[in-house]
Ligand binder design. Structure first.
Ligand code: DAH
Length: 339
């Protein structure tokens, strides 16, 4: 019996030495120590032994069992170590490699310009209003004195959602929305995204930004318009800037004008930025058309006002010397990091 037990131990040891994966060890454990295992069989058969033999064989069998258990633990530890060693080898981490650079975002140049413009108008007592980008035909055109057959519709061709809804082509609709809700005196600007079905090129983008402005009160004249817009331009581009107003036409203002400013790069001498003319076109403006006031329930006999609108992209491009509007919408960090 003693030999048999020794043989079992030796066989288990041999098998453990040869095993290379966890499941093999588990099989060995079942084979020798499991319920139907070889050692268990011997222990079960102890009843047939003589009284003298029983304690000796029992002791020996338990020793062998303990030994096999220790051998199994050792063998499985060995395999575990080997496995983790192999894992470490296959997942070599080169700690000398440079880390991954975390790119921190920057303020967008449009945002920087808008912040400055907002600050200037806020300091002059204007409020900031907002309006929806998906706008009704009424607010975008009709109420601004642009009926269905008006040629100005063609100039501002847009994306129609359906017969009565458009992606707004201008922020001017916010004038109407504001006048419908607020009683004069009104003094507001309204920055926002606008849409036109223009093909993108260096100076056109189907999406761009405008800033609208409106003042309505008793006794507002063209002198107020000129003074306010000149002050804004000087705060934006510098004290020495001069402005001039050219007659123009907008359906929602009468009279209407476009305002130019002396080039802030060459001070009016003529350069690349102003294309040699010394002047830069800045914005459209005019006295609010009496029909527009009426459309909003404001009596044009009592109140008057002026309005203006300009492109944020254009001002940003002028200010930073950007010559292609598309650069503002391409999210290329090499471009954006410069501001
Ligand atoms: N909405 C005009 C445009 O998109 C800009 C404009 C011109 C706005 C004159 C005004 C204004 O408020 O008075 O071209």
């Amino acid at each position: 019996m003693k030999e048999k037990l020794e043989a079992i131990k030796a066989a288990a040891l041999q098998e453990l030495k040869e095993s290379v994966i966890k499941t093999e060890i588990e099989n060995i454990r079942v084979k020798y120590l499991g319920k139907k295992g070889e050692l268990t069989q011997i222990l079960r058969g102890m009843g047939q032994l003589s009284n003298e033999e029983r304690p000796i064989v029992g002791k020996l069998a338990n020793e062998v069992r303990g030994d096999i258990e220790i051998l199994i633990t050792k063998a499985s530890d060995l395999i575990k170590n080997k496995e983790s060693e192999q894992k470490l080898k296959s997942e070599v981490i080169d700690i000398s490699m440079p880390g991954k650079k975390q790119t921190v975002g920057k303020r967008h140049p449009l945002d920087l310009t808008l912040e400055k413009i907002n600050d200037i108008f806020l300091s002059m007592g204007f409020a900031i209003e907002e309006g929806p980008e998906v706008e009704t035909d009424y607010y975008n055109f009709e109420a601004l004195n642009i009926p269905k057959d008006h040629p100005a519709r063609g100039e501002q061709d847009t994306f129609y959602i359906n017969d009565s809804m458009v992606l707004r082509t201008q922020t001017s609709g916010i004038q109407i929305r504001t006048m419908e809700i607020q009683k004069p005196p009104i003094k507001m600007i309204a920055p926002g995204k606008v849409y036109r079905s223009d093909a993108a090129d260096a100076t056109h983008s189907p999406i761009f930004y405008q800033i609208e402005g409106l003042i309505v009160d008793k006794g507002i004249t063209f002198a107020d318009l000129k003074g306010t817009l000149e002050l804004f331009t000087q705060k934006m581009f510098g004290d020495k800037i001069k402005t001039k107003f050219r007659p123009h036409h907008f359906p929602f203002t009468e009279p209407s004008a476009e305002m130019d400013a002396t080039c802030f790069v060459c001070n009016g001498e003529g350069c690349k930025v102003c294309k040699g003319s010394g002047w830069i076109e800045i914005l459209g403006c005019g006295m609010v058309h009496p029909k527009v006031l009426q459309n909003c329930g404001i009596d044009p006999e009592v109140y008057s006002g002026f309005a203006f609108g300009f492109g944020l992209d254009r001002i940003t491009m002028l200010k930073y010397g950007i010559d292609d509007i598309r650069a503002l919408y391409e999210s290329d960090m090499r471009f954006l990091k410069q501001f």
